[in-house]
Design a protein around this ligand. Structure first.
Ligand SMILES: O=P(O)(O)OC[C@H]1O[C@H](O)[C@H](O)[C@@H](O)[C@@H]1O
Length: 558
C-alpha cells in the first residue's frame, strides 16, 4: 500500500503538467505523513451526492486536476449517451461561495468546451435548486454544481445532474465512474476562458426561477392580511440563499423580515458559525440574538447551497424551539393536504421520503388517502420516483429527515428557496388562526401519536475512520440477535429483498415497533444511527428513545 501511495505521490511531483505551486504543496506534505497518505491512497469517490472531499493536492482531494479528470469522464459519458446533442444542448454549471468553487466551475466549463460541449456558466454564486431548475429550463443534457453543501470550510464537492435536473442515480453514476476510470492521466486539455463554447448566463434566469418558485404557493393571500407582529428572520449562513430568499420574502409582501447582517456575507470560512448546517441548532445562535430582541415569530436558515432549510419557532411561552426535518416535513404534508382541495381532483397523489425519515409523514399521507413512497437516502431517489410517476400520478411533496424538502415539479432536487416560502406561508396561515407551528405539532401528536426521533452520528475521518465505520457495520450485520432481547428483526438492505436497490443500510425493528437504521454517510466521514419511535405520550416516546440510545452506546463500547 505504502509503495502504491509513494508511486502516485511521485507521479504528481514529477509530472510536467502539474503547476509549480501545486508541486510545492505536494512537497510540504512530506512533513505530514498522515495527510500525505490520505491525499494519495485513492481517487475521490462518488457518494450520496457526487464527489465530495477536502480541497488540496493529490487524487483523493478536490483540485483543478481532479476536477478536470472528473469532467473529462463526464464529457465522454455525455457524448456516448447523447451523441451530438451533448455538444449542442450542453451542460449548465453553478457554484457556491466556497473556496475555489468559482475556479473549479470554470475548470468544468473549460474542460467541457475543450470537448466542444456548450457550457452555460452562472456568472455569480447560485443555489443548488436553481441549478436543477436551470437544467430543465435550458434543456441541457446535464448540470454540475460545485458545492460541498454544509460540510466544513476545507471541503468542496462536485454534484452531477442528469437531463431532468435530478442528481445522477447509481446506474448513471456507475457509467460515469467507469468513464472517469478510463482516464489514467491528469494531463487533460482545457479550452480558454473565452472559448466560443463557454456562455455566461445573464440574470433573466434568476428572475424566472424566483417567479416560478413564488407561484408554488397556494395561500399567498394570507400575507396581505397579516398583522405586524408576525415577524420572520432569514439567514443564508453566508451561503447562496441570500438573493432569492430575501427577494422572494419581500415580494410576498412581508413587512417584517429580519436577518443576521454578518451572515449575509458570502464567506467561504463561514466565520460566524461552527458549521453552516441548519440541522445543528448552534447555527441559529446569532439569529436567536436578533429574534429575542425583536420578538420574531419564525426563524429560517438555509445551508450554503440553499437546498436545505432549518426552522425555529417562537412558542406561546416566548421560548424558541428548533424543529427537526421530520417535524417540518410532517407539518408541510399536513398543511398541503388539509388546507387545499386542489390535489383531490388530481390523479393518484403521492408523497416520497427516504426510509430513514420518520413514519409520521407516511401516517398523515395515508390518513388523507395519499400514497407514501419510500426510497433510499439521497434526494436523487426521490427525483427518480418523480420522473417515473410523472405520467399518471400527482406529486405532493418529497422530503428527507436531513432537512431537504420539495413541493413542486420545478426541480428534481430538494429546494431551500421554495421551502422557505412555503414554511413562511404555513406559519402565517396558522398565525392567523392564533397558532404557532409548535401548536400544530401538538395537534399532530394528539391525532397520530407521539412520533419522536433521534440521530446519533459518529464522525470517523480519514482512511482509519473509514475502516472503523466498516468494522462497525460488519459487527451489526452479524450481531447474534439471540443475545439482544428487545430486537425483533434485522433487515440488511445489502442482502435482503426490500424492493429497493441494494445498499449498505441495516434496519433493526424493536419489539415495540421502534426502528433503528444504521448506515455510513455518503457525504461525510460518519456512521449514522437513526432512531424512530412512536409512544402514546411524550414520556413513553422519550423512554423508548433512551433505550435505543443505550443499546447503540453498548454496541460501540463492546
Ligand atoms: O447521510 P448522507 O449520506 O450524508 O446524506 C445526507 C444528505 O446529504 C445530501 O444533502 C443529500 O443530497 C441528501 O439527499 C442526503 O439526505
Amino acid at each position: 500500500m505504502k509503495e502504491k501511495i509513494m508511486t502516485e505521490y511521485n507521479r504528481w511531483l514529477e509530472a510536467d503538467y502539474i503547476d509549480d505551486e501545486t508541486k510545492e504543496e505536494i512537497k510540504r506534505l512530506q512533513d505530514f505523513p498522515e495527510q500525505l497518505q490520505d491525499s494519495f491512497y485513492k481517487s475521490l469517490e462518488f457518494g450520496t451526492a457526487g464527489a465530495r472531499g477536502i480541497v488540496g493536492v493529490g487524487p483523493n482531494r478536490l483540485n483543478c486536476y481532479t476536477v478536470r479528470r472528473i469532467t473529462q469522464g463526464y464529457a465522454q459519458f455525455l457524448q456516448k449517451n447523447y451523441k451530438n446533442e451533448a455538444n449542442t444542448h450542453g451542460v449548465v454549471i453553478a457554484y457556491d461561495n466556497r473556496h475555489y468553487s468559482k475556479e473549479f466551475a470554470l475548470e468544468v466549463a473549460r474542460t467541457l468546451a475543450a470537448n466542444k460541449i456548450n457550457a452555460y456558466l452562472f456568472s455569480q454564486i447560485t443555489t443548488t435548486p436553481e441549478l436543477s431548475y436551470a437544467v430543465r429550463y435550458l434543456k441541457t443534457v446535464g448540470g454540475v454544481v460545485i458545492t460541498a453543501s454544509h460540510n466544513p470550510p476545507q471541503y468542496n464537492g462536485y454534484k452531477v445532474y442528469d437531463e431532468t435536473g435530478c442528481q445522477m442515480v447509481p446506474e448513471l453514476a456507475e457509467q460515469l465512474v467507469a468513464e472517469i476510470q478510463t482516464i489514467q492521466s491528469y494531463d487533460i486539455s482545457v479550452a480558454d476562458e473565452e472559448d466560443e463554447h463557454i456562455h455566461l448566463l445573464d440574470t433573466s434566469i434568476d428572475e424566472d426561477f424566483l417567479n416560478d418558485e413564488l407561484a408554488v404557493l397556494h395561500h399567498s393571500d394570507v400575507f396581505s392580511e397579516l398583522s405586524d407582529d408576525f415577524k420572520v428572520l432569514y439567514t443564508p449562513l453566508h451561503g447562496t440563499g441570500r438573493k432569492p430568499v430575501l427577494e422572494g420574502l419581500s415580494r410576498l409582501g412581508l413587512k417584517k423580515v429580519y436577518t443576521v447582517e454578518e451572515q449575509l456575507v458570502p464567506d467561504p470560512e463561514f466565520s460566524t458559525v461552527e458549521l453552516p448546517n441548519p440541522e445543528d441548532v448552534k447555527a441559529f445562535t446569532l439569529a436567536l440574538e436578533v429574534a429575542r430582541k425583536e420578538d420574531i415569530s419564525l426563524l429560517l436558515a438555509t445551508d450554503p447551497d440553499c437546498d436545505r432549510v432549518g426552522v425555529m419557532v417562537r412558542t406561546n411561552k416566548g421560548e424558541y424551539q428548533a424543529l427537526n426535518g421530520n417535524q417540518i416535513g410532517a407539518l408541510v404534508i399536513y398543511y398541503l393536504l388539509s388546507t387545499n382541495e386542489e390535489w383531490k381532483k388530481q390523479p393518484k397523489p403521492y408523497i416520497a421520503s427516504s426510509i430513514v425519515t420518520s413514519d409520521l409523514g407516511e401516517v398523515i399521507a395515508k390518513d388523507f388517502g395519499v400514497e407514501s413512497v419510500r426510497t433510499l437516502t439521497g434526494f436523487k431517489y426521490i427525483g427518480e420516483q418523480m420522473n417515473q410517476r410523472l405520467k399518471d400520478q400527482t406529486f405532493i411533496m418529497g422530503y428527507e429527515e436531513s432537512y431537504g424538502f420539495l413541493v413542486s415539479l420545478l426541480e428534481r432536487d430538494k429546494d431551500g428557496v421554495s421551502a422557505s416560502f412555503v414554511l413562511t406561508e404555513m406559519a402565517a396561515y396558522y398565525w392567523q388562526q392564533g397558532k404557532t407551528l409548535v401548536d400544530v405539532l401538538h395537534e399532530l401528536d394528539e391525532r397520530y401519536g407521539y412520533y419522536r426521533e433521534a440521530l446519533i452520528s459518529l464522525t470517523l475521518p480519514g482512511q482509519k475512520g473509514m475502516a472503523e465505520i466498516q468494522a462497525l457495520m460488519q459487527k451489526l450485520r452479524y450481531l447474534d440477535l439471540e443475545n439482544e432481547s428487545f430486537i425483533h428483526q434485522r433487515i440488511d438492505y445489502l442482502k435482503d429483498e426490500t424492493g429497493l436497490p441494494k445498499a449498505d443500510v441495516l434496519q433493526f425493528t424493536l419489539k415495540n415497533q421502534a426502528k433503528i437504521f444504521v448506515r455510513p454517510s455518503g457525504t461525510e466521514p460518519k456512521i449514522k444511527f437513526y432512531i424512530g419511535v412512536c409512544g402514546s405520550s411524550e414520556k413513553e416516546a422519550q423512554e423508548q428513545i433512551y433505550v435505543c440510545q443505550q443499546w447503540i452506546q453498548k454496541i460501540q463500547e463492546d
